[in-house]
Design a protein around this ligand. Structure first.
Ligand code: NAD
Length: 312
C-alpha cells in the first residue's frame, strides 16, 4: 500500500512510520518540524520505500500541489499541535496546526479521490464535565482547550467530508501517550526538573489529577489492527487503558527510577495543572475491547517504562 503519514517526524508518527515500513508499505511522510525532529526522518532515509516532504500542511494549496502526483491509498493524519499548554497561549496555533492541517488532508482526499483515513483525535474533545466512563456516543461535547476545540472541529469536518465523498474513516480518541522518544509532558518535565534539583520537585496542581497513560507501541498495534478493517463512514473508538495514574504517583515512580529519595514535593495547588487541563477522566473502552484489542501495559507500567527510557 502507498501510505501518507502527516506528522511523520513526531513522537507517535515516527513509531507508526517504522511499523508501516517494517510491513513493507511505501510511506510518504510530511512534517514541518514544529515539534517533530530531523533525526526521526534521517533514520528512514536509506529505505527506498520512504519519502519525506518538509512542508506546512496547514497551507492547503501548497500541500495539495506538492502531493498532486503521488499515489496514495491511505492517509494517517497525525499532524497537529500536540502541546496543549503552548496552544493555550495563542489560539492561532491550534487553528492552524490542529484544525487547518485536517482541512488540508480532507481537501487532498476530495481532490485526489483518496478514500481511507485514520485520524488521531483526543480525550480533550470530551471537556471536563463527563467524568468517568466516558463513551464514544456522548453528545453535547464542550471541549475546554483550544486544542480540544480544534480536534472536535476536525472530527466534525471529517464527518461531513466522509458523507459527501464516501470516505472510510477510523478515528481514535486517545489520552496521554508515552514511551520511547517522548518529547514533552509530565514525565518528561519531572525528569528534567529532578536532574536540575534532586531535592525538590514542583508539581502543578494538587497532585490528584488522574489520567490513563497508554504506551505508544500498544497504540501503534491498535492503529494497525483497526485500520485493516476500514469500512464506509466514520468509526470512532476510545483507545486507552483501564487503569490510571495520579500525578503524585508519577512523581513517586520517576523519583524511584532515578534513585532520588526524600524529594520534597511542592504543589502549586488547585485541581488542574493549567487552564484547559482536564484533571480527571476515565474512558469506557467496551467498544475497542469488543473490536478485539486490549492494551498490554497498564498505566503505571507505561509510566515506569517511559521514565526508565528517559533516564537512559
Ligand atoms: N501524545 C499524546 O499524548 C496524544 C494524545 C492524544 C492525541 N494525540 C494526537 O496524536 C497526534 C500525534 O501526536 P504526537 O504526540 O506524536 O505529537 P508530535 O508533536 O510529536 O507530532 C505531531 C507532528 O505534527 C507536526 N506538525 C504540526 N503542525 C504541522 C503543520 N502545520 N505542518 C506540518 N507538520 C506539522 C509536528 O512538527 C510534529 O512532528 C497528534 O495529532 C496529537 O494531537 C497525541
Amino acid at each position: 500500500m502507498k501510505i501518507l503519514v502527516t506528522g511523520g517526524a513526531g513522537f507517535i508518527g515516527t513509531h507508526l512510520v517504522e511499523r508501516l515500513l517494517k510491513e513493507n508499505h511505501k510511506v510518504i511522510s510530511v512534517d514541518n518540524f514544529t515539534l517533530g525532529k530531523q533525526e526521526n526522518v534521517d533514520k528512514f532515509n536509506n529505505n527506498s520505500n520512504f519519502k519525506f516532504y518538509n512542508i506546512d500542511i496547514d497551507n492547503t494549496e501548497l500541500f495539495c500541489e506538492t502531493l498532486k502526483s503521488e499515489e496514495i491509498d491511505y492517509i494517517y493524519h497525525l499532524a497537529a499541535n500536540s502541546d496543549i499548554q503552548k496552544g493555550g497561549k495563542n489560539p492561532l496555533v491550534d487553528y492552524n496546526d490542529t484544525f487547518m492541517t485536517t482541512f488540508s488532508v480532507l481537501e487532498l482526499m476530495r481532490r485526489k479521490n483518496i478514500k481511507n483515513l485514520f485520524f488521531s483525535s483526543t480525550s480533550a474533545i470530551y471537556g471536563d464535565e463527563n467524568g468517568e466512563n466516558v463513551h464514544e456516543d456522548l453528545g453535547a461535547l464542550l471541549p475546554i482547550s483550544y486544542y480540544g476545540g480544534a480536534k472536535f472541529a476536525s472530527e466534525n469536518f471529517i464527518s461531513s467530508y466522509a458523507f459527501m465523498n464516501d470516505l472510510n474513516v477510523v478515528t481514535f480518541r486517545f489520552p496521554n501517550v508515552i514511551g520511547p522518544n517522548l518529547t514533552h509532558g509530565v514525565i518528561f518535565d519531572f525528569v528534567k526538573k529532578l536532574k536540575n534539583n534532586p531535592n525538590e520537585l514542583e508539581i502543578l496542581g494538587d497532585g490528584t489529577q488522574t489520567k490513563p497513560y497508554i504506551y505508544v507501541l500498544d497504540l501503534v498495534d491498535c492503529i494497525m489492527q483497526m485500520t485493516e478493517k476500514m469500512k464506509p463512514g466514520v468509526v470512532i473508538y476510545n483507545v486507552g487503558v483501564e487503569t490510571a495514574t495520579t500525578v503524585t504517583e508519577i512523581a513517586d515512580i520517576v523519583c524511584e527510577v532515578l534513585g532520588y529519595k526524600n524529594v520534597k514535593y511542592n504543589y502549586t495547588g488547585g485541581s488542574g495543572g493549567w487552564k484547559g487541563d482536564v484533571p480527571k477522566f476515565q474512558y469506557d473502552l467496551t467498544k475497542i475491547h469488543n473490536a478485539g484489542w486490549r492494551a498490554k501495559y497498564t498505566s503505571n507500567e507505561a509510566v515506569r517504562k517511559t521514565a526508565e527510557l528517559i533516564e537512559d
